[in-house]
Design a protein around this ligand. Structure first.
Ligand code: FES
Length: 363
């Protein structure tokens, strides 16, 4: 360690001992530096407009970021109109990218975070990010040579682009087919790069399929289309990413015949109907000493936020774990799977849990 570095870390430790790690990170954020004590901050290195209503943001995380695998996601947090908002984004690059991160953000006219990222984020801006999460990764070892079929719908291209780039980083890209659906030609991202990758990798085949093209739509995912464009899937590792309807359609077609089937949706599945009569339920928040009343028909996250109680959240669909909270007592139902959790002192995700009866939460 150089003298200067050791002096810097001494003053950093001294400062952190005075104001605490949280205070240190608060001021790091205020001063726009990524040199935080424990939180992950990342500086924007480059912003690329992709011409598909999306932009790719390249980020350099600080040393608190523990690394990632292609196909994973991060949460991005920004202060927008005085409120901290967090949303999950897929990483579209590979872990060999010198610890840089690339997220691709489609502009959603209703989306506060995507609007903020499209209009306010510039080279040099600092964003708070989470550690990477998610299990849609390629296998290691000889298994990675197996044929792969990547099924992307809309923004689902982002994590699959990471997997595709990773396969193309090997000496010879193993047999890989990408079927990529979007509304029309103007919405497809990464066009030039995909063309280039196909030109360099004879075993890579990319098909863009439109669902709402004025000229001629290719239609939605179907067995015939997959047979025609990829063939038999028995030896194939299938990865699917898109909205929940798309992912469920892909699962129904391929999960039993493919060698492996891995899927992630970026929209929540339909919630299971709650057959219970609507009731108001008392929730005791042990740390704050408050008791609130919520409906048994809504997620605990929605119910808490509706009462002005700020809870950290990210994906809002049970993937990122940001909203995890200790349930000290009571029973909840996972509103997607219908599974009940009656255990005391167990961790629940507030975004996908609804109360079955009185609850005590560690909030
Ligand atoms: S917000 Fe991601 S799991 Fe609840």
């Amino acid at each position: 360690m150089s003298l200067q570095t050791s002096k810097q870390s001494f003053s950093k430790r001294a400062l952190a001992s005075l104001i605490g790690p949280d205070g240190y990170d608060f001021w790091a954020r205020e001063f726009g530096t990524t040199a935080a004590w424990q939180r992950c901050f990342a500086r924007v290195l480059c912003v690329e407009r992709n011409g598909c209503n999306s932009l790719s943001i390249h980020l350099r995380p600080n040393k608190n970021f523990a690394g990632f695998q292609a196909g994973q996601h991060i949460n991005v947090t920004a202060e927008i109109e005085g409120r901290r908002l967090t949303r999950s984004y897929s990483l579209s690059n590979t872990a060999n990218s010198a610890m840089n991160l690339e997220i691709t953000v489609r502009h959603d006219p209703q989306g506060k975070m995507s609007g903020h990222l499209h209009t306010a984020i510039k080279v040099g801006s600092v964003l708070e990010i989470s550690q990477a999460f998610g299990g849609m990764s390629l296998p290691s070892g000889p298994e990675c040579e197996n044929p792969a079929l990547l099924l992307a719908a809309g923004s689902g291209i982002s994590p699959l682009m990471g997997l595709l780039r990773q396969r193309c980083e090997t000496k010879t890209c193993p047999p890989t087919t990408l079927l990529y659906w979007d509304y029309d030609d103007a919405h497809f991202c990464f066009k030039d790069e995909l063309n280039q990758l196909c030109a360099n990798n004879p075993q890579l085949h990319v098909h863009r399929l439109t669902t709402r093209s004025a000229a001629q739509a290719d239609g939605r995912i179907s067995e015939e289309q997959i047979k025609q464009l990829h063939g038999d899937c028995r030896d194939t590792m299938v990865y699917a990413c898109g909205g929940s309807d798309f992912v469920e359609a892909a699962r129904a077609l391929l999960s039993t015949q493919a060698r492996d089937f891995t899927a992630e949706a970026f929209t929540p599945p339909a919630t299971t109907a709650n057959s219970e009569v609507q009731q108001q339920i008392a929730i005791q928040l042990n740390r704050s000493g408050r008791t609130i009343t919520v409906s048994n028909q809504e997620s605990l996250l929605d119910a808490l936020e509706a009462q002005g109680i700020a809870v950290e959240s990210g994906c809002r669909m049970g993937i990122c774990n940001t909203c995890s909270c200790q349930k000290l007592q009571g029973s909840t139902t996972n509103q997607f799977s219908g599974e009940q959790n009656n255990a005391t002192n167990s961790s629940i995700r507030l975004c996908i849990s609804r109360a079955n009866g009185p609850l005590q939460l560690d909030l």
